[in-house]
Design a protein around this ligand. Structure first.
Ligand code: MN
Length: 475
């Protein structure tokens, strides 16, 4: 159980130069409002509010967001109204609480409920991304206390978590919360598979943990010897849910999974990262081709870190990840890591909004049929992204398995319709080629071409391209 003292501890260290009085006030207000209420687990209700706010503070969200985290269930579950919250805490915090309250009223069942839920999420996202982040923190604690809920409802909540909340966290780059949500939901949605993976990995995990501890001690000693300071060294165990998926890809053979545990070294700044890499490579020989400098060349999603795999004296290979504190926070908290410095409000209306948010909003507006809507969303939200370049060097985000035609239609409808060929990295490719991250894509057009080829409908994978082709063909 997380107490207000725990929350205060985080605030006093990470928010030392900010005025946190409003958070303390929100705590007292929420305690008063929820007085006498219990959660299904038997805990006082306020501990749910505190846990939500604590998650937000750990992600370093801004002060109004943490206050709203404490207040998020007040209008819904107590005698106090949104108006009361507004009178005491002002417009910004009340606006966030209102966003959360709107998200939690869902009348429908089954597919309709699913569609409605998604629509509400995207609408909220377009108004203020912080609402979704509070919702994710709220959902995390609900998942952590799910055993108190009756079985039928439990399954529904866990499914929703896996189908809606985890993918959204993933899209926002919030990998820590995504991983936690997935593993918590995994137990309830796929209990047999969960137990299978858990049992399969148990023994290996024991030996690997001992092994990585040895590696850790040696690394610690070496760093101390070279006077390189570090913030943390720890073994990172692959989450069960992602391990499950990896196993499915590897023919259920655990021996083919090499990154069950990696050693993660977190240091104060960028220079330290390279010093540590040097020290590690002096101790252990790196595997050829496995040293990856994602600091000099970040992954398209912004991920930065140094990765290396080394041969150790124990006759085994170890994966080692080295990054600064700042890089670590970005990797774990994603978009939330910037919330105190970047404006997360109105992100859907701004130029710098993620393309997928804008695109989902378009879908939201244009597709009223729920079955169609879900089909589109599944397509665009749940596929992973690749990032390719125009010949001028602009970055274009597309779903995995996208083709040059998807790229062409993404740039402009006319470029798509007039497309007669494509070059990827200066090589001619067929229009159904699969693009990969980092590809430079050049579309060859013919101005005399007016209508797209109907066969293209079988090639494109984005709903945007499909819709544009269809509408052109209708004309
Ligand atoms: Mn709640």
């Amino acid at each position: 159980m997380i107490t207000f003292e725990d929350l205060k501890k985080v605030l006093l260290t990470d928010y030392a130069d900010e005025n946190i009085n409003i958070i303390i006030k929100a705590f007292h207000f929420a305690s008063e409002a929820h007085r006498g209420q219990k959660r299904r687990t038997g805990e006082d209700y306020i501990y749910h509010s505190i846990a939500t706010a604590h998650t937000l503070a750990k992600m370093k969200m801004d002060v109004p967001t943490i206050a709203a985290g404490l207040l998020h269930d007040v209008p819904e579950d107590t005698d106090f109204t949104l108006e009361d919250v507004k009178n005491v805490f002002g417009k910004e915090i009340a606006g966030l609480v209102k966003g959360i309250t709107k998200l939690s009223t869902l009348k429908y069942r089954g597919l309709e409920r699913y569609a409605e839920n998604l629509r509400k999420m995207f609408l909220a996202m377009s108004k203020d991304l912080r609402v979704i982040i509070i919702k994710l923190a709220d959902r995390l604690h609900n998942m952590q206390t799910l055993e108190g809920v009756r079985p039928e409802k439990r399954l529904r909540i866990a499914q929703e978590t896996l189908e809606i909340f985890a993918p959204i966290a993933n899209r926002l780059g919030m990998f820590e919360i995504k991983t936690k949500l997935e593993d918590l939901a995994f137990i309830y949605v796929y209990p047999d598979e969960y137990n299978w993976v858990k049992n399969l990995v148990q023994d290996r995990l024991k030996t690997e943990t001992k092994y990585i501890e040895k590696i850790k001690k040696i690394a610690q000693r070496d760093l101390a010897k070279h006077n390189v300071s570090y913030i943390q060294i720890r073994g990172r165990i692959k989450s069960l849910y992602s391990l499950y998926h990896k196993l499915l890809r590897k023919g259920k053979d655990l021996n083919k999974v090499y990154d069950l545990i990696a050693l993660r070294i977190i240091v104060p700044d960028v220079t330290d990262c390279y010093s540590v890499l040097g020290i590690i490579h002096k101790r252990w020989t790196p595997l050829k081709g496995r040293v990856k400098d994602y600091i000099a060349q970040p992954k398209p999603n912004g991920y930065r870190s140094l990765h290396t795999s080394v041969f150790t004296e124990f006759g085994k290979i170890a994966e080692i990840q080295i990054r600064s504190q700042e890089m670590n926070e970005e990797a774990e908290f994603g978009i939330a890591a910037h919330s105190r410095y970047k404006d997360l409000k109105n992100i859907g209306n701004k130029k710098n909004a993620p393309i997928w948010v804008k695109h989902l909003l378009d879908i939201q507006k244009t597709i009223t049929d729920n079955v169609e809507f879900i089909k589109h969303i599944k397509n665009d939200l749940f596929l992973n992204s690749i990032f390719v370049f125009t010949p001028k060097g602009d970055v274009i985000e597309l779903p995995e398995n996208a083709t040059p035609l998807d790229f062409a239609y993404h740039i402009h409808t006319d470029i798509g319709s007039q497309c007669v060929g494509a070059k990827v990295n200066d090589q001619m490719v067929s229009l159904d080629a699969q693009l990969k991250s980092g590809d430079v894509v050049d579309i060859i057009t013919d101005k005399n071409r007016k209508t797209p080829n109907p066969d293209w409908l079988k090639i494109v994978i984005t709903s945007m391209a499909r819709d544009k082709i269809k509408s052109k063909l209708r004309k």
